[in-house]
Design a protein around this ligand. Structure first.
Ligand SMILES: [Zn+2]
Length: 243
C-alpha cells in the first residue's frame, strides 16, 4: 500500500517535471559568426575570431540542450559564406543567436611582439555587448531576450562593454538597453533577414591581450554559456506565457 502510494507520488512528480520541461522547451538557432575564408577579427595573439566563435557556440548549444531545448548550430563547418541564408535556416524556431568576439576601432591599436611576430592589439576596451535590429519583425522579443542575456551575464560577474555607443565613426550604436549593454544595429544582415527574434552577441574583445586569455579559459566560457542558456530559457518561457 505504502509502495503504491510512493509510486503514485513518484508518477505525479515525474509527470509534473515532464510538463514543466515541455512548457519551457524552446528551439534556438546558434549561429557561429564568420567562416573559414573570412574568419573575422584576428586576436592579439593571431587567432581568428571564427575559432573563438565556434568554441563558445558549441558550449552555448550544449548548455541549451542540457536545459531541454532544441538547438540548431549554424555555420559550425566554417563554410556558411552566404550570411542571408543563415537566418532562413532558422525559420520557425523561437530565437536566433549569432555568436561573435569583438574588436575596436583602428585608432586604438598598438603593436607588440608575440612568439616572434609583431601583432596589433588594443587593451583600451573590454566586455560583452549585444545587438538587435529594428528591421527585424520581432524587435520586442529580440530586445527582451538580449536584455535577459545581458542581465544574466552581469549577475554572473561579466562586465558590459560601453564603447559601441561612443559618438565616433564606426561606432555610434545607440543603446536599446544601456544597463545590459544592448545596442541597436539595424543593418546587421543576419538580424534583419531573420524571420524570427534575433540577436548578435559579442562575448569579449579578443584584440585585448588580457581579455583574449579570459575568452580561451574554460572556467570563464562555461559560466558564460550557462548564463546565456538560463537567460534564453527564461525570456522565451515568459514570451510563451504571454509575458
Ligand atoms: Zn564577428
Amino acid at each position: 500500500m505504502n509502495g503504491d502510494r510512493h509510486f503514485l507520488t513518484w508518477l505525479a512528480l515525474s509527470t509534473a517535471v515532464c510538463l514543466a520541461q515541455a512548457a519551457s522547451a524552446a528551439s534556438i538557432a546558434v549561429d557561429v559568426g564568420h567562416y573559414l575564408a573570412k574568419p573575422g577579427v584576428i586576436s592579439a595573439r593571431g587567432v581568428p575570431e571564427f575559432e573563438y566563435n565556434l568554441r563558445l557556440a558549441r558550449e552555448v548549444s550544449a548548455a541549451l540542450q542540457r536545459a531541454g531545448h532544441t538547438v540548431l548550430l549554424i555555420g559550425g563547418d566554417g563554410l556558411a559564406e552566404d550570411l542571408c541564408k543563415r537566418a532562413t535556416r532558422a525559420n520557425g524556431m523561437d530565437l536566433f543567436i549569432s555568436i561573435h568576439h569583438d574588436s575596436v576601432q583602428p585608432r586604438f591599436f598598438s603593436a607588440w611582439e608575440h612568439e616572434g611576430e609583431t601583432r596589433p592589439y588594443s587593451d583600451h576596451f573590454s566586455g560583452f555587448s549585444l545587438f538587435v535590429s529594428r528591421l527585424n519583425g520581432h524587435i520586442g522579443a529580440s530586445l527582451k531576450c538580449a536584455s535577459a542575456i545581458g542581465a544574466g551575464l552581469r549577475q554572473a560577474g561579466f562586465a558590459p562593454s560601453r564603447y559601441h555607443a561612443d559618438p565616433i565613426p564606426g561606432e555610434n550604436r545607440p543603446f536599446a538597453d544601456e544597463a545590459n549593454s544592448v545596442h541597436y544595429f539595424d543593418n546587421l544582415a543576419v538580424l534583419k533577414t531573420a524571420s524570427i527574434p534575433a540577436l548578435l552577441f559579442e562575448a569579449g574583445v579578443i584584440v585585448n591581450r588580457d581579455e583574449e586569455l579570459r575568452m580561451r579559459d574554460p572556467a570563464v566560457r562555461q559560466p558564460m554559456a550557462g548564463a546565456i542558456a538560463a537567460a534564453v530559457g527564461a525570456c522565451l518561457e515568459r514570451r510563451g506565457a504571454g509575458g
